[in-house]
Design a protein around this ligand. Structure first.
Ligand SMILES: *Cc1c(COP(=O)(O)O)cnc(C)c1O
Length: 416
């Protein structure tokens, strides 16, 4: 019998094989049929320290003996309290409040609702959200609304709300983007939501810390709230705990998920500055923040996150990221000497480049490359004509060399 599973971002009509993974460790996936696959995209950008990290697995096992789940409206538990305090200590001090949810999309929805709630409570008619071209913030309706429009969301377009889109700050054309942002904010925008330094799903597009800092200044000047979506960039991905740090930027709202639990369990937080919290603070129940999901602050997920925070406090995580970054840079350089690649870029643990030719997510080359890599036991998932490598920080030099050898083989192949 064929599997009844309907996979995400998968065209089942193409009848591609779907490998079954039985176990994993560090950067390796072990399939049911006995293959060893290198996970070069951190299982879609979530796994930071490596799969089945012993400290995180132990924390999960231990918490599972105590408390599995608890209503979080009006009740609390130790793992959530510890995590909120831990995040408060680790993240910029202006972000005083921690609101839990369970995915990147939901923490973005929460940030958008908080921003609108803030202006509503202040009695100011600010509703417009400003977004950056090529952005991705998730697949729920609100998150899609603030993301790039395209083939991903065309059928749902009637449900998406209007936003103002600022051009992506391409090198040498940054001022164009900044002027557009200034114009949008001057018009009384409620919030600007942005992926700091690196746009993930939009093609691993990088822009400078200077531009991000100027974006912050523009928002501040016009009172527009800055929402930093660090769902992908957070937890060391770009070489610092938060990408925002590299620009000396503190957002008004911060979205974290993916690496929050080291990638082990679904959990997310939206961290808010005190004014955003205060706008909802009242004795009037009609003014509270109306949002919850069933698994808000699930204790087992919080325990995993606490173990992740302990790793960050006690281990040289950023040194590992820096070493990985150096290896990535060297590998990309070697690749560029042997093959025609365009726009090679490295940021923290992430390396990316474009293939000459057809562009866009549906570029024909992507599925053929994916198959090529899969057949050689490397998990890579090109974004259109963009190939990127974003491994867990625990990938070995040997494994990374193998990933680049397979990429090189693909680029040298006359036909895929
Ligand atoms: C992955 C991602 C999201 C969505 O996260 P999910 O957990 O998949 O809902 C949101 N924003 C960014 C920047 C992401 O990379």
């Amino acid at each position: 019998m064929t599997s009844p599973v309907w996979h995400p971002f998968t065209q089942h009509g193409l009848r591609e094989p779907v490998p079954e993974v039985a176990s994993a460790r560090d950067a390796l996936l072990f399939t049911k049929d006995g293959r060893e696959v290198i996970d070069a995209i951190s299982s879609w950008w979530v796994t930071t320290h490596g799969h089945c990290h012993p400290r995180i697995m132990a924390a999960i096992a231990e918490q599972a003996q105590r408390l599995d789940q608890l209503i979080f409206a009006g009740w609390t538990h130790e793992p959530a309290e510890t995590l909120a305090r831990g995040l408060r200590a680790l993240m910029p001090q202006e972000l005083t409040r921690v609101f839990f949810s369970d995915s990147g999309s939901t923490c973005v929805e929460v940030a958008l609702k908080m921003a609108l709630g803030y202006w509503s409570a202040r009695g100011e008619a600010r509703e417009r959200i400003v977004v950056l071209e090529h952005s991705y913030h998730g697949d729920t309706i609100g998150a899609m609304s603030v993301g790039a429009r395209g083939v991903f969301n065309r059928p749902y377009e009637p449900l998406l709300f209007d936003v103002t889109t600022v051009p992506f700050p391409e090198t040498a054309r940054e001022q164009l983007a900044l002027d557009a942002l200034d114009h949008a904010c001057a018009g009384g925008a409620a919030a600007f939501i942005v992926e700091p330094l690196l746009l993930g799903a939009g093609g691993m597009r990088a822009y400078s810390a200077r531009v991000l800092a100027e974006m912050r200044d523009i928002c501040s000047r016009h009172g527009t709230l800055l929402i930093a979506d660090e769902v992908m960039t957070g937890w060391g991905r770009t070489g610092s705990l938060l990408a925002c740090e590299q620009a000396g930027v503190v957002p008004d709202l911060l979205c974290l998920s993916k690496g929050l639990t080291g990638g082990a369990l679904p959990l997310a937080v939206t961290m808010a500055s005190e004014p955003v919290f205060e706008a909802h603070y009242d004795t009037d129940r009609a003014r509270m923040f109306f949002h919850s999901s069933s698994y808000t602050a699930n204790p087992i997920a919080c325990a995993a996150a606490n173990a992740n925070l302990a790793i960050w406090r006690e281990e040289p995580v950023l040194d590992r990221v820096a070493r990985l970054g150096e290896r990535q840079r060297a590998a990309l350089e070697t690749l560029g000497q042997a093959h025609r690649i365009e726009n090679p870029r490295c940021l923290g643990s992430v390396a990316a480049f474009d293939l000459p030719g057809e562009q866009g997510y549906l570029a024909d080359i992507a599925p053929r490359l994916m198959t090529f890599f899969r057949e050689r036991d490397v998990l890579l998932r090109p974004l259109g004509n963009t190939i990127y490598v974003m491994p867990p920080y625990s990938i070995t030099g040997e494994q990374l060399d193998r990933v680049y050898a397979v990429i090189s083989e693909a680029l040298g192949a006359t036909r895929l």
